[in-house]
Design a protein around this ligand. Structure first.
Ligand SMILES: [Mn+2]
Length: 422
């Protein structure tokens, strides 16, 4: 007995450790019973609570940026459904009417339903002080300086013409007030909700990372709290405490922690991929360690290898509904110079392609965003814009493959491997 005692005792600290890292979640809120402000539950928007002394009361005209044109449905008079704006059958995007990939546009939930739209690409042109110029990104990505043709594309991993399989449209932009960041969230969330209500997936083009709050609001309103995971690609944790820094209830650097505090997001559903950088706060990392979130630091990818570590992520996230959020600084600045906060030691574009492809095939993706691109900081070849545009295409190609029944995250079309017979 004595011989085994040290073994038994040695288990105790281990049990203690296991208890420590068990995911700690906040209670799930009952959002359905709440009063709504501008179409969304009041507790989602603490910055609208007039009794809170921290709320900045604004001139009644502050929200004119959110007023819709009344004739949006009826002018011009038309049947509901996507509208193709291109004059020619084959048109290079440099000559095309500048929509995302030269695709048809849609303006209402009804348009999306009639068009049986799978993915609606929507711009969220917000900017914010540490992310100068990100407000230009949503429209910049409608005008790609590359060898592209409107509404066309072929992917080399899947050997598919994805725009023939998947119905994709440009859903325009969700307007953003130039300085009222938190007030913008509800306005953007309502536009994302119109897409979700139609049974389509929003592909959000930021804007800075604060649009994540709007995405979370829309998803929580649609799917309910604690009902999906967030796979967050970023050099930075973005896990600042809300109400802490910058004098704001929440912002891009605090979005998921805000969501966790609101009871929207379980700790075990918070994934961070590619963390590194010169200024991460120990307090934020302690939050991750203590709450038991799912973090994959760059040191782990380096030590254990990309493939091994990525397979661990895939295994862990399997079966969950996921919202993929991509801060472009997760890539190495060698690939994407035009990001707000570049950090060396990032992923290659080939690695990010593999990761997005794997998630699109294996999981049900409920929303994806590409944020923190600033055209004002891009190089003269627009390498950052071209990279995002190609990543969007590859992700859509993978969704098209999934629509046709392929769910293996490591799938490559056999036609692409024909020389590997021996
Ligand atoms: Mn970042």
């Amino acid at each position: 007995m004595k011989k085994h005692l040290h073994k038994i005792l040695s288990v105790f600290p281990l049990l203690f450790l296991v208890a420590l890292v068990e995911a700690q979640d906040n209670p799930k809120p009952d959002l359905d019973s709440e009063t709504k402000i501008d179409g969304l539950p009041a507790s989602m928007q603490p910055w609208r609570d007039k009794d809170n002394p921290n709320v900045q009361l604004l001139d009644p005209g502050w929200n004119y940026y959110y007023k819709r044109r009344e004739m949006i449905k009826d002018n011009p008079k038309r049947e509901a459904g996507p509208i193709d704006l291109q004059r020619y059958q084959v048109v290079p995007t440099k000559h095309a009417f500048p929509t995302y990939f030269g695709l048809p546009i849609a303006m209402t939930t009804e348009d999306l339903k009639v068009g049986k739209v799978d993915v609606a690409i929507v711009g969220a042109p917000s900017h914010f002080n540490p992310s100068e110029g990100t407000g230009w990104a949503a429209n910049q990505l409608r005008f790609i300086r590359n060898y592209d043709f409107a509404g066309a594309g072929h992917d080399m991993w899947f050997n598919n013409h994805y725009f023939d399989i998947l119905n994709v449209v440009d859903y325009g932009n969700a307007n953003a007030h130039p300085s009222l960041m938190m007030q913008n969230f509800a306005n953007q969330a309502l536009v994302f909700k119109e897409i979700l209500d139609a049974g389509s997936m929003p592909m959000v083009i930021g804007g800075e990372h604060g649009t994540q709050v709007a995405s979370l609001m829309a998803l929580v309103d649609h799917y309910g709290p604690q009902n999906f995971a967030v796979v967050h690609f970023d050099a930075h944790t973005d896990l600042a405490a809300p109400n802490g820094r910058l004098g704001m209830f929440t912002h891009g650097g605090a979005a998921r922690r805000f969501a966790h505090e609101q009871g929207w997001l379980k700790a075990e559903d918070m994934y961070d991929i590619g963390l590194r950088g010169a200024y991460e706060s120990v307090e934020r990392m302690t939050f991750m360690w203590e709450k038991g979130t799912q973090y994959y630091f760059m040191p782990q990818f380096e030590r254990d290898g990309f493939e091994v570590t990525w397979d661990k992520v895939l295994k862990s996230v399997k079966g969950k509904k996921i919202y993929i959020s991509i801060d472009m600084d997760v890539l190495d600045p060698a690939h994407v110079p035009g990001v707000s906060n570049p950090e060396i030691g990032g992923f290659t574009t080939l690695q990010l392609m593999k990761m997005l492809r794997g998630l699109a095939l294996q999981n049900e993706v409920v929303l994806i965003d590409f944020v923190e691109y600033s055209p004002l900081l891009d190089d003269r070849r627009y390498n950052t814009a071209n990279t995002i545009s190609r990543l969007m295409r590859h992700f859509l190609a993978a969704l098209a493959a999934r629509k046709q029944g392929i769910t293996d995250p490591h799938y490559v079309s056999p036609e692409m491997l024909k020389n590997n017979k021996k």
